[in-house]
Design a protein around this ligand. Structure first.
Ligand SMILES: Cc1cc2nc3c(=O)[nH]c(=O)nc-3n(C[C@H](O)[C@H](O)[C@H](O)COP(=O)(O)OP(=O)(O)OC[C@H]3O[C@@H](n4cnc5c(N)ncnc54)[C@H](O)[C@@H]3O)c2cc1C
Length: 427
């Protein structure tokens, strides 16, 4: 049996069996045939949340759009479809997801199960667009869980702990264009005007470069109907997104990994090289960027009001720790939602995401950042690196024990568990 490895290359496992079902009935048969089952999507989690301890279930053949109602915007898909394929199918129907993260290889089930999100102070993570889902449970039952079902708020961000998601109904919106404005700014200016930037744009985010006062801001706003698209010219896309952000950046990161003392100067230079640019394109073209440089990531959601103080503490640590951090920090925002284990549960959030090149050990850096984030009530992204356990989650998720009770009921023999779920959910 071949070894399974995640995208970042930091998690691998040797499953006892691998299934590629094409239908819900085949999923049921696989679940009943194996004592331990783990569904994997695109392996884009940095945590071992998807690591199988027994049989592995790939839903890569369950990748169809099953039905679409362009009037209501409700679209039913098989849960293994990638966001990439989904975005293209939706565009052909004149529809779109209301918000997206940075990349699109993830499966719909994988992305929603960990609470994958983008940015937008009035918007939510992708799981908030789930209107219904079909779940195969440990006893082989097929549950249809919609907004009226008692499991709805547990199952939309289910961490893969409740069963296998086989179909998802998504509440989509009419396709829309975004005007993107990317602009370098001094970090101190970004922080001074943060509320206006966050509230004054549909999707605001910024990156800041450790050891410098440099930031790159991104403002994406819906344009009035009838505005023509004005995409980036292909040469500019190739120069910025492929050459500078990927090919050159990979080489720069290799140099930084070998000669860490150069990092502050490299970051000054990186922060200065990124120029301003504006363009208007289909929403998914604006949200998604290619990410070819391998890295490790940890990301926490904090109450939005803690943004300034937490970033100040991070900067003090960069100054005094002696650690040289070559990757920028990504800062995003979302509105409160109603999903029990969503990082956005009943809280407007700022997200602080720290990265480290895959050849550099991130342990010390991420541990220090985790301490800062936890002190502000941080909730880690379920798919991004952290070392926290059930004791912490019980304090930051008011419905944590209700989720655990649902898990006890649906999966008493722990068919869907693994080491990560034992760590974060207990038992
Ligand atoms: C380069 C990169 C960029 C990223 N950008 C963002 C971003 O912008 N925003 C963000 O929030 N996150 C981001 N992430 C994190 C990523 O979106 C999440 O980790 C997501 O869960 C990965 O989806 P996947 O399909 O790869 O799922 P996997 O990592 O394979 O699995 C994740 C979880 O979903 C479960 N699962 C998968 N399929 C099913 C199913 N059918 N039924 C039940 N459970 C299932 C797995 O068991 C596991 O628990 C990024 C990750 C990478 C590597």
């Amino acid at each position: 049996m071949s070894t399974w490895t995640n995208w970042a290359g930091n998690v691998s496992a040797d499953p006892t069996a691998v299934g590629h079902p094409a239908t819900t009935d085949e999923v049921v048969a696989f679940v009943l045939a194996h004592p331990q089952v783990k569904a994997v999507g695109a392996g884009h989690s940095f945590t071992p949340i998807a690591a199988p301890e027994g049989a592995l279930l790939h839903l890569d053949r369950m990748n169809l759009v099953l039905s679409a109602d362009t009037t209501t915007g409700l679209v039913r898909v098989q849960a293994g479809i990638s966001l990439h394929d989904l975005n293209r199918s939706l565009a052909a129907l004149g529809l779109a997801l209301p918000n997206l993260g940075d990349v699109d290889p993830q499966s719909v089930a994988g992305a929603t199960s960990t609470g994958t999100h983008g940015t937008g102070a009035r918007l939510f993570g992708i799981a908030r667009a789930v209107a219904a889902l079909q779940l195969v449970t440990a006893d082989g039952a097929v549950l249809e869980i919609d907004g009226d079902h008692e499991l709805f708020d547990a199952a939309r961000v289910g961490l893969g702990a409740l069963g296998i998601v086989t179909e998802v109904t998504l509440q989509c919106v009419p396709a829309f264009l975004l005007h993107a404005r990317e602009e370098p700014m001094a970090l101190s200016d970004v922080l001074t005007g943060l509320d206006d930037l966050v509230d004054g744009n549909d999707h605001f985010e910024f990156y800041f470069f450790p050891h410098t006062d440099k930031a790159l801001t991104k403002r994406n706003n819906r344009v009035p109907e009838g505005t023509p698209p004005a995409p980036l010219p292909r040469w500019r896309h190739l120069l910025d997104d492929e050459l500078l952000s990927n090919t050159v950046y990979e080489r720069v990161q290799r140099i930084a990994a070998r000669r860490p003392r150069l990092v502050p100067r490299i970051n000054e230079l990186s922060g200065s090289l990124l120029g301003a640019r504006e363009y208007t394109d289909a929403s998914h073209e604006v949200f998604i960027s290619p990410r070819r440089v391998r890295f490790r990531e940890s990301e926490f959601a904090l109450p939005r009001a803690a943004a300034g103080e937490a970033i100040a503490e991070m900067r003090r640590w960069y100054d005094r720790s002696g650690e040289h951090v070559s990757f920028p920090v990504e800062v995003r925002f979302t509105a409160a939602d109603d999903i029990w284990l969503s990082t956005g549960y009943e809280r407007d959030n700022v997200y602080l995401a720290v990265h480290q090149f895959h050849r550099t050990d991130p342990t010390r850096y991420f541990a220090a950042m985790q301490d800062i984030f936890v002190a502000h009530g941080g909730r880690p992204h379920w798919g991004k690196m952290h070392t926290l356990g059930a004791d912490h989650f019980r304090t930051v998720y008011p419905r944590f024990d209700d989720f655990v009770a649902v898990r006890d009921r649906l999966d008493p023999a722990r068919k869907f568990t693994n080491a990560y779920l034992r760590q974060v959910l207990g038992g």
